[in-house]
Write a protein of this length. Structure first.
Length: 316
């Protein structure tokens, strides 16, 4: 695969992964009567079932290659990149809204390049300061618009929701760096890694859900209609297949083709897709106060793409 072909395919995989991941912000908004932990456990238990179906025909080939180090990393990545991250996001969506949450989580394209500035193939941070400033300005402006709107009440619950979103940024940034670094020296390809990852996260969530039920058996709400439970499982199954397994596979494929700092910049598209789904769900167009910051974010991404291409040309 040529360098240009690898770059284009990596960019396509990253964009598709962001489109799938952007949908995860919709689920907590569509299921307000379910707790963030229920939504988290439901999603990833089903992800584990999907991964198990894919794993079984390959078990004889994959198990002998699986080391203790692989298992330790899979557990760490499943917790940081899936369980803890999504529980924080789901809580934040239900407490401060989908738009504000997705835009706080949109700080990931800024934090990942900064944390990964010493990795191989990284662009010097000084070359990315101006594009990242545009991205950050867009995120700050659109958050300012949201904070002066319907969510302007200064309550402890709202502030905690903001803290949850910030912690989600930290979790995902750490996961993105660790996953890319480990996958680069792993003996598994992106598909195999995503399948093993799904098994681990599914098992973790099944155990945690069982523990939660044993500790607090009356915690499950009994007044939720059967139709809503059906929607709960259908939405989580769709997210498990497309956002979790397929999205993770596409992200792994992108991570193997692009430098980590550049992949980190592309994560801003997850925010833009989440916003698009938000406006579609609310059946309205973005207001000027929302559109202008989004254009700033896009301008920052385009600028960073040009900076990256120039750096690649100079290094070849």
């Amino acid at each position: 695969m040529t360098s240009r072909t690898s770059f284009l395919s990596g960019f396509g995989f990253a964009l598709a992964a962001c489109a799938l991941w952007g949908a995860i912000f919709l689920v907590p908004a569509m299921l307000p009567e379910f707790s963030p932990l229920q939504i988290t456990f439901g999603r990833f238990v089903l992800y584990g079932v999907v991964a198990l179906c894919i794993f079984l025909p390959q078990a004889a080939k994959l198990l002998p290659r699986l080391s203790r180090a692989d298992v330790r990393h899979l557990i760490w990545l499943a917790l940081t990149g899936n369980v803890v991250y999504f529980a924080l996001v789901a809580t934040s969506v239900q407490w401060i809204g989908m738009a504000v949450t997705s835009l706080i989580v949109g700080l990931v394209p800024v934090t990942v390049p900064l944390l990964g500035r010493k990795t191989t193939g990284a662009i010097p941070v000084r070359h990315m300061l101006a594009p990242m400033a545009l991205i950050l300005a867009g995120i700050v402006l659109i958050n300012a618009a949201a904070l002066t709107g319907e969510h302007s009440a200064s309550s402890g619950r709202y502030l905690l929701g903001v803290v949850m979103a910030v912690l989600a940024v930290i979790c995902w940034s750490r996961y993105a760096l660790d996953n890319t670094r480990y996958l680069a020296q792993s003996q598994f390809n992106g598909t195999e890694w995503s399948t093993l990852w799904g098994l681990v996260v599914g098992l973790i969530c099944a155990l945690l859900w069982a523990v939660l039920w044993l500790v607090s058996p009356n915690n499950e709400p009994s007044d939720i209609p059967a139709q809503r439970w059906q929607l709960f499982w259908l939405l989580n199954l769709a997210v498990a297949i497309f956002s979790s397994w397929l999205g993770n596979w596409m992200w792994n494929a992108a991570s193997q083709r692009l430098p980590i700092t550049f992949v980190g910049q592309l994560l801003v598209f997850e925010t833009l897709f989440a916003l698009a789904y938000h406006f579609i769900y609310e059946r309205r167009l973005p207001q000027l106060s929302e559109l202008a910051p989004m254009l700033l974010i896009l301008a920052g991404i385009v600028w960073s793409l040009k900076r990256f291409q120039r750096a690649r040309t100079q290094s070849t």
